[in-house]
Design a protein around this ligand. Structure first.
Ligand code: GLV
Length: 324
């Protein structure tokens, strides 16, 4: 008899067909997050789970899943999975690193350019019939080339953003839990600084840390107040890394010039006042959302699920201690 799995997101037929070769698959065929009640009910007889970032795989879910032996999260970030609780039950958890690095860095750069050159604001202006004439000092943006970029979190995505910034002749500062090695710093032309110096010296600050207890509200009013009034904040990581109401106040009061956001503290809700700010570019959490990358992520999660449930070590384990 085939093992049973639950696939929480609506995936293309080619991915589901591959999973069906090995498993009995229960899918979610709507482009809506799986309802919590359905997750809690459906997980009861499943050996495997392919979760999305919108599925909270917590103690309650795990306690309803006595047969569960594998959780493959279709994302690089896995803050939606209680890895500690899964590890306590010896359940392997996997993510989808690498395949989305360049795509997410592209989006961070899209936000840098869009917020600096007021792309979304200009688009609205044209569509609404408010483009009536050209004038030499109207609708000015901010130069990106040659400016200073501060990267918070110099992991795979942070480094990919740095490579793009080099093409724009930017000075690159970074802050990271651990300093990267000197040769890599040199090849990326990146200078290590403490957080305060990075915030105070950068024209653009781009966040690339995972969400964990120690990164929640890493950027609050105290940090925003250190930024230059002409600087921009870019967030493509996870919303709760930034205190969003504090960011709204800071943007309203001119503490910083603008923000490009792909993620929010309480998705899909926005902090009051954010949507009304013209100096923001707001995207609906699409950092890795290209067809090519989402296919790779779905296939990677599939490979992890198949490996783990057929007795092979899953390639992208985030809790390797469970695999003895
Ligand atoms: C998307 O947000 C991811 O973590 O892959």
């Amino acid at each position: 008899m085939k093992q049973k799995i639950l696939v929480c997101g609506n995936l293309p037929a080619s991915v589901l067909d591959r999973l069906r070769e090995v498993f009995e698959v229960e899918g979610n065929f709507e482009d809506l997050p799986l309802k919590r009640a359905r997750l809690l009910e459906s997980v009861g007889d499943k050996e495997g789970l392919m979760s999305m970032i919108t599925d909270m795989v917590d103690e309650e879910v795990l306690s309803r899943a006595p047969r569960l032996r594998m959780i493959a999260n279709m994302a690089v970030g896995y803050n939606n999975v209680d890895v500690k609780a899964a590890t306590a039950r010896k359940i392997p958890v996997t993510n989808t690193p690498d395949v989305l690095t360049e795509t997410t860095a592209d989006l961070a750069f899209t936000l840098i350019l869009s917020v600096a050159r007021r792309v979304a604001e200009g688009d609205r202006m044209v569509r609404e019939g408010r483009f009536q004439f050209w004038a030499p000092f109207l609708f000015l943006g901010t130069e990106v080339t040659g400016k200073t970029l501060g990267i918070i979190g110099m992991g795979r995505i942070g480094k990919a953003v740095a490579r793009r910034a080099a093409g724009f002749d930017m000075r690159i500062l970074y802050h990271n839990r651990d300093r990267i090695d000197a040769a890599e710093e040199k090849s990326l032309r990146a200078e290590y600084t403490d957080m305060k110096t990075l915030l105070a010296s950068s024209d653009f600050v781009s966040i690339h840390v995972p969400l964990a207890e120690n990164t929640k509200h890493l950027i609050g009013m105290a940090e925003l107040s250190l930024m230059k009034p002409a600087a921009f904040l870019i967030n493509t990581s996870r919303g709760p890394v930034v205190d969003e109401p504090a960011l709204v106040s800071a943007l309203q009061d001119g503490v910083l010039a603008g923000a490009g956001l792909d993620v929010y503290e309480n998705e899909p809700s926005l902090a009051p006042g954010l949507a009304g700010l013209a100096n923001t570019v707001l995207l609906p959490h699409v950092g890795s959302a290209t067809l090519e990358t989402r296919m790779k992520m779905a296939m990677m999660a599939t490979d992890n699920l198949i490996a783990g449930l057929t007795g092979r070590k899953p390639p992208n384990l985030v809790n390797p201690e469970v695999w003895k």
